[in-house]
Design a protein around this ligand. Structure first.
Ligand code: HEC
Length: 134
């Protein structure tokens, strides 16, 4: 009887260890539902991610997931054909009067440099592409 218990415990530890050690897939979901895929970034986008996390993520969410303060970019309305790169430049330089949602206005973030903007946009586009927002 004791042996069976020990075997059962060892099996539980082995199975638990397998799940604990195996690489965990990205399980974060966007505010609209749907699992978020985080791709391998280009060097430019990887730098953009840092800028994004330091500024945009407070409202648009880590991994573009969205928050209570701003929309997720992982929805087709923000695809390049509907919100071009210029829309991103303008949003950051001029701010945005709320017109799509009820989160309120986006303040202008004119301390973001052009170099940073290029990187942030490249990060957002690579995230969108990986998640089928084309
Ligand atoms: C303080 C919160 C906040 C921060 C920080 C913020 N945003 Fe926004 N942003 C918003 C909100 C809210 C909206 C949605 C406005 C609407 O359409 O209702 C928005 C909308 C946008 C839009 C869509 C504009 C359009 O034409 O519809 C873009 C692009 C955007 N944000 C980019 C960014 C980027 C890039 C950053 C970081 C550099 C950023 N935002 C940081 C709150 C924020």
């Amino acid at each position: 009887m004791k042996k069976i218990v020990i075997v059962a415990v060892l099996a539980a530890v082995a199975v638990g260890g397998y799940f604990w050690l195996s690489p965990s897939p990205a399980t974060q979901e966007s505010e609209l539902g749907g699992e978020i895929i985080v791709p391998q970034f280009s060097a430019l986008a990887a730098e953009g991610e840092e800028v994004y996390n330091g500024t945009c993520a407070a409202c648009h969410g880590v991994n573009l997931a969205g928050t209570d303060n701003g929309p997720t970019f992982l929805q087709t309305i923000y695809r390049p054909a509907h919100h071009s790169d210029y829309a991103f430049v303008s949003a950051v330089q001029n701010g945005v009067i709320a017109h799509h949602w009820n989160f309120g206005n986006m303040p202008k973030l004119d301390y973001i440099t052009n170099d940073e903007l290029v990187r942030v946009i490249s990060y957002i586009r690579e995230m969108q592409q990986a998640n089928g927002i084309l």
